[in-house]
Design a protein. Structure first.
Length: 321
């Protein structure tokens, strides 16, 4: 496949970032853009010399698509994925993959039956800092992990879908899923969660604005995650941060670097990593998904943790996965 031709379902903020990255890759062309907001679809189409649509079913009737990106709000997942799967097209879908487990599992089964390449937008897995941490932890007995996602993203229009529990799942589902996924990827599978949730600051929304989640892992490690979206809106330095204790060592991980003690000194390590868009396009071009670190079937497990934590917070009980 000399040229990979891509269509987009959803042309909002995350999609625009993927479009920019794809436009910088050799042998990739965005041929179709679709959004329920016509101006978004039109603007993206003009930027990349593509054909705009407002109905994804019509876009999928094209015979020149090699792959599809789905960049959708949490509540909009479902039928678009199933329609792409029916066309047997590889797809990259933004996280989280669904608003509930029933829908995620339905799509997971459909993907398996179709045997297509999938990738979910857990792009933190592809960072150099993540792969450094993964290599250091390989074969080590991990004691504990502490994760943090503090931001101000809950501040804003109380009527936005992001701040409606029924449409976004709250911060643990829509946003801190990245941190949950990194805890899984670096530490191991989660066995049980117990969550405390409260609404202290953002009284105008029906989502918790502060979350404390404890976890037990199948390998015996324990962990905790704190998530707040009532913090300073401009400060993202406390979002997606992990401290991992193993043996007598400590790793401090974030998206930009890894800190670890070597010969009594704390050193900061940075290495480049492949971008998720490059990896996905290569998988489509070569028909080989071995470099994809976040296929759909795996991303469903990260969603399950966030949903279990929300259930625990509502019911006041530990929840097993």
């Amino acid at each position: 496949m000399e040229e990979v031709r891509i269509g987009f379902i959803g042309c909002g903020g995350n999609a625009s970032g993927h479009m920019r990255q794809l436009s910088s890759l050799e042998g990739v062309r965005i041929v179709a853009t679709c959004d329920v907001q016509e101006d978004r679809a039109q603007s993206a189409a003009e930027s990349y010399n593509a054909e705009p649509y407002t109905n994804h079913k019509v876009m999928l009737e094209r015979d020149d698509l090699d792959a599809v990106y789905l960049s959708l709000p949490v509540f909009a997942h479902g039928q678009p994925e199933l329609d792409v799967i029916e066309r047997r097209l590889p797809f990259l879908v933004e996280k989280p993959v669904a608003i509930n487990m029933e829908l995620a599992q339905q799509i997971e089964v459909a993907v398996a039956d179709a045997g297509i390449i999938t990738c979910v937008g857990y792009q933190l897995r592809y960072l150099g800092s993540t792969q450094l941490a993964r290599n250091l932890l390989n074969g080590e007995d991990i004691n504990m992990v502490v994760g943090k996602y503090w931001s101000g993203s809950g501040r804003g229009d109380a009527g936005s879908w992001v701040r409606q529990m029924s449409r976004s799942g709250g911060q643990l589902v829509e946003q801190a899923t990245h941190t949950v996924d990194m805890m899984r990827y670096l530490v191991g599978e989660v066995e049980e969660v117990y969550a405390l949730q409260t609404n202290r600051i953002l009284k105008g929304i029906d989502c918790p604005d502060n979350n404390c989640v404890t976890m037990t892992f199948t390998n015996g490690a324990i962990g905790s995650l704190t998530a707040s979206w009532s913090y300073d809106l401009a400060d993202w330095s406390h979002a997606n941060v992990l401290d991992i204790l193993y043996e007598d060592q400590l790793i401090h991980w974030d998206a930009s670097s890894l800190q670890v003690r070597e010969e009594g000194q704390v050193v900061t390590k940075k290495v480049p990593g492949p971008g998720i868009d490059e990896v996905f396009v290569d998988a489509v071009r070569n028909g080989d998904d071995s470099r994809i670190l976040s296929p759909y079937r795996d991303a469903v497990k990260s969603l399950a943790i966030s949903l279990a934590a929300n259930r625990s917070g509502r019911e006041g009980i530990p929840v097993k996965l």
